[in-house]
Design a protein around this ligand. Sequence first.
Ligand code: ATR
Length: 277
Amino acid sequence: MQLGLIGYPIAHSLSPWIHNRLLDQHGLEGEYQLYECNAEQFPYQMEKLKSSKINGFNVTVPYKEKVIPYLDGLDEAAKFLGAVNTVKVDDGRLIGYNTDGQGYVASLLNRYDDALKPFDKVLILGSGGAARGIFYALLKQGIKKVDVANRTVEKAQQVIEDLQVQSTSEALSLQKAEENLSQYDHIIQTTSVGMAPEINRKLISLTDIGPNTIVSDIVYRPMKTSLLKEAERQGARLHYGHGMLLNQAILAFEIWTGKSTNASEMLKAFEEKLKGE
Ligand code: ATR
């Protein structure tokens, strides 16, 4: 199996650790390599990958959209989102998939199996690619009410318009969201705010969250962000970002190899790896 990742910058990516472990665990020979390239090198790198013996690769920032013209087909999620994080090479044909949102949902349900009931009220913070992927996956999961709050409210509105056919969701400013937090069962932070090295930053304050609320942060460096620390002080249930990273990778690996993996077993080793960084 020849696998890899294309993006920039990717030197500190955890994907090689995950996928090389998955290869090992399933007794498959091969390796997962990094194909770091800048925008100028990207077309050449894609042509090189196409003519190589690679079986599949992941795509990360800033190429999740730019990769699409090089592909021969897209799965439903990738088509709907206009973004690809996984490419499978099948007899020279390149098919694009997007496992980000599904990876988020899988990681959440692994941690809290009572999460995501159809009438739960969910709030997504942020309106970038990660927010879109999660919004789409939540709708697929049957959640009716997914509000989106963003610094730029128009972008939040755009996410809802683009992805929800029958809209019951609302776009909010961060301030408005902060004032109305108590009505949500589940809050999902999808921006990079709070990521190392700026670990003391927080997108909003969680003073008003209700009891038993689940708070997810997709940032995984650090594992417990300032936002999650505050959620903990408020007695909320915490859902960490590294679970999404692991699960989107497990789903990509399954697309390439047909092999499924128990995420819970691997999560502990992954946590140790992250703590040791
Ligand atoms: P990705 O594709 O990785 O999800 P992105 O497309 O760069 O990332 O989106 C970044 C998201 O983080 C956006 O919602 C952005 O808000 P704006 O749409 O207003 O730009 C949000 N974001 C980034 N830095 C922020 C900050 N300092 N304060 C508030 N929101 C921020």
